[in-house]
Design a protein around this ligand. Structure first.
Ligand SMILES: Cc1cc2nc3c(=O)[nH]c(=O)nc-3n(C[C@H](O)[C@H](O)[C@H](O)COP(=O)(O)OP(=O)(O)OC[C@H]3O[C@@H](n4cnc5c(N)ncnc54)[C@H](O)[C@@H]3O)c2cc1C
Length: 311
């Protein structure tokens, strides 16, 4: 089959991997300019050079034996390593969180900067529309590997109840603050967890393979992010910086970089299925949100969907 996958994050790429191995022709479409999805890395220029921040997923676990085997291949290829500061189970991409995604995406046919805004079902198969224009390629099957809210927007209510499932699986947002300093902050702390305002803060530059100035990623808790969702960047930078200084018990020096990113759909919900597939309509759905809000769940969901399609 010719299969289109909307979304080239880990779930879409894991699905593509298995389908291509089984001999299918797979094309991926992603609205972003480059690889990563929610495992992406932001690079920002500063007076002290470029600084990189893993502003989405902070680390990942590999509890599932099949995913462990994949992560160990990533480790062998130098694109993942353990990060003990976050705990004995923690892995990160190297030299940046998006490294494994970049490596996977390079092995597939991915069209970047291609936001899909409509799925067009025709008798002979599926077509996709981007920026309100139908792409001139036809597919036998289509896969959505995007967050639940974005999948719901592309699904019509009749799709075997898939629209209802996606529309009822809400994600939590996350405001993320990125700070960099010329001189390292004087703290022994590498990771701060579970404050009411700051759910997580970590010295990004402590992760393996990172170079450059002292860089921190500070993520607001889901409750705080929801309450402040529509505020502007400057207010968020000021509020989270102030809270971070309080948690460190020291004033912050003038930062080289202070920037905030709003993830509207950061931490997914979950359902009681690993993936969704309709054999008659030839439409499949995968993503972390089917299983739970973690990198490992995204991989498992993409793999489960490929198995359903192949069966
Ligand atoms: C702030 C934050 C912190 C996190 N922390 C952790 C953590 O510590 N540990 C952990 O395990 N997980 C964490 N996660 C969750 C983890 O990042 C996700 O579970 C995982 O990356 C999801 O992969 P995915 O392929 O399902 O979705 P995504 O990575 O979101 O991939 C979906 C892709 O689809 C594209 N897309 C969306 N809509 C369209 C469209 N209409 N057309 C074309 N392309 C589209 C997007 O650009 C994206 O590349 C975190 C996530 C965030 C945001």
């Amino acid at each position: 089959m010719k299969i289109a996958i909307v979304g080239a994050g880990l779930s879409g790429l894991a699905c593509a991997e298995h389908l291509v191995l089984a001999g299918h022709e797979v094309s991926l479409f992603d609205k972003a300019r480059g690889a990563g999805g929610r495992m992406s890395t932001r690079r920002i220029d500063s007076a002290a050079g470029q600084v990189s921040f893993d502003h989405g997923a902070q680390y990942f676990t590999a509890r599932d034996p099949a995913f462990q085997a994949v992560v160990s291949q990533w480790q062998d290829s130098g694109s993942a390593a353990r990060w003990p500061a976050a705990g004995p189970e923690a892995w990160v991409g190297v030299p940046a969180m998006n490294a494994p995604i970049k490596m996977l995406a390079a092995q597939h046919d991915v069209s970047w900067s291609t936001p899909i805004d409509e799925l067009v079902q025709q008798e002979a198969g599926w077509r996709l529309s981007c920026d309100k224009a139908v792409i001139d390629r036809q597919f036998d099957a289509v896969v959505l590997a995007i967050p639940a809210e974005q999948a719901a927007a592309l699904l019509v209510p009749s799709d075997k109840g898939f629209h209802r499932i996606a529309a009822n699986t809400a994600s939590d947002p996350c405001w993320t603050l990125m700070l960099a300093f010329l001189e390292p902050l004087e703290t022994a702390k590498m990771v701060i967890r579970d404050d009411a305002i700051i759910g997580w803060a970590a010295r990004n530059s402590d992760k393996p393979g990172r170079t450059g100035p002292d860089a921190w990623v500070i993520q607001a808790s889901p409750t705080w992010s929801k309450e402040h969702l529509e505020e502007d960047q400057h207010q968020i930078v000021a509020a989270l910086s102030a809270r971070f200084a309080t948690l460190l018990d020291a004033p912050l020096p003038e930062p080289l970089i202070a920037s905030a990113h709003r993830w509207r759909y950061a931490r997914s919900g979950k359902t009681d299925q690993n993936a969704l597939y309709s054999k008659d309509l030839k439409i499949g759905i995968c993503g972390d949100w089917l299983i739970g809000p973690r990198v490992e769940c995204a991989w498992r969901s993409g793999t489960a969907l490929a198995r359903m399609i192949l069966a």
